[in-house]
Design a protein around this ligand. Structure first.
Ligand code: GN1
Ligand code: MG
Length: 362
């Protein structure tokens, strides 16, 4: 790999680079903070795009450009202030002006670092309420984007497809691990039909696709000093999908009382306070465009994402850990079990969730 300093220098950045340090906790791309020496120059974020996963980098960056430009325009129309902290700004490279650069081996991109902003791995109910509003607004702002966005990862949140991948992994048993995961495979299969409801509703013409973020992990939001949401980051997977993706993936991460990869399953439960606050915020900003079939199925969405993540982590474990970054050999199995425990807790809370949603939309 070429050294980071010479890579960052291929982009049209202001100021002199002081240092470059690793940043964030994403499981796919590698992210660095580029700090400049001058007070007047911004700092930057440098990312190596995982192009085994995002195979069409040109489409990826074109999507992101369309999305950020559209959001910027919306914010300007609304007369918002501090817009540079509310939407990401990608820097062109100095060779051909594209917002990425290929070094012959890897693809890189640079964006302006948003100053005085924070991300969190866990949130309280108040922040979840703001997050709910923010994702509703994000979907509302993108509802009239004139560009047709490409699917950067085809069938990314298609549950039928994810189950097919798991079944293929089981069939191949490349790492010889299927024997030890039979129980959890049975649990997954027993829910398979129920969990593919979204694709069925879509085929029946009852459930639309809308432009969604599709990676609404809680740590993909930037908050300012006061806890207001500035913007949503990590735009690689913005594409047309069911709104369940954004709603469900936030709760999967934000309403988990434990960690995504908690080795102690007693820590992992579904937090109804977070659920209520987030749902309230989300319905406030999205209710005007949501269809009854979307609202009714929000509890299903809360279960779908721990389930889907369980399927994806388990498939990766069975395949011998080819997709997600891992820190130890059993990591994907530990993640699978934690997501399964979360799913069970969500299932226990389903009647309460339904009750809450009904009372909110009265
Ligand atoms: C990945 O890149 P990151 O860490 O924000 C993954 C998501 C998963 C998530 C699980 C492109 O997100 O779909 O939900 O890990 N992104 C991709 O933590 O697969
Ligand atoms: Mg991320």
């Amino acid at each position: 790999m070429k050294d980071l300093l010479s890579i960052a220098s291929r982009f049209d950045i202001q100021g002199t680079i002081g240092n470059i340090k690793s940043l964030g906790s994403g499981l796919i791309n590698d992210t660095y903070k580029v700090t400049t020496v001058e007070e007047t120059a911004p700092d930057y974020v440098l990312q190596r795009i995982n192009h085994t996963i995002f195979q069409n980098v040109d489409m990826l960056q074109a999507n992101i450009k369309a999305v950020t430009e559209h959001i910027r325009k919306k914010l300007e129309e609304k007369g918002e202030t501090d817009i540079d902290r509310k939407v990401l700004n990608f820097i062109p490279n100095t060779d051909d002006g594209k917002t990425y650069w290929y070094d012959g081996e890897n693809y890189w991109r640079v964006m302006v670092f948003i100053p005085d902003a924070k991300t969190f791995e866990t949130v309280n109910p108040e922040y979840s309420y703001y997050a709910g509003q923010a994702f509703g607004n994000f979907q509302a702002m993108l509802s009239d984007i004139p560009t047709t966005l490409g699917e950067t990862i085809p069938d990314f949140h298609n549950m039928e497809f994810r189950l097919r991948q798991l079944r293929e992994a089981v069939e191949a048993d490349a790492a010889g691990r299927v024997g030890e995961v039979r129980n959890i495979l049975d649990e997954i299969e027993s829910r398979a039909d129920t969990m593919c409801k979204a694709e069925r509703l879509h085929r029946e013409g009852k459930l639309p696709k809308r432009v969604c973020h599709c990676d609404t992990k809680v740590n993909n939001m930037m908050f300012d000093e006061k806890g207001n949401v500035l913007c949503v980051i990590d735009l690689d997977t913005v594409m047309p999908n069911f709104i369940f993706s954004d709603y469900g993936d936030f709760l999967r991460t934000g309403a988990n009382t434990g960690l995504e990869d908690d080795p102690n399953l007693e820590n992992v439960n579904f937090n109804m306070e977070i659920f209520k606050a987030f749902t309230k915020g989300y319905l406030e900003s999205a209710r005007s465009f949501l269809l009854p079939a979307e609202i009714e199925n929000l509890p299903y969405a809360a279960a779908l994402f721990p389930y889907m993540q369980c399927v994806r982590f388990l498939a990766d474990y069975i395949n011998g850990d080819t997709y997600y970054k891992i820190k130890y050999p059993e990591h994907n199995l530990v993640r699978t079990k934690a997501q399964f425990k979360l799913l069970q807790s969500v299932e226990e809370h389903t009647p309460q969730m339904q009750e809450f949603i009904e009372s909110e939309i009265k």
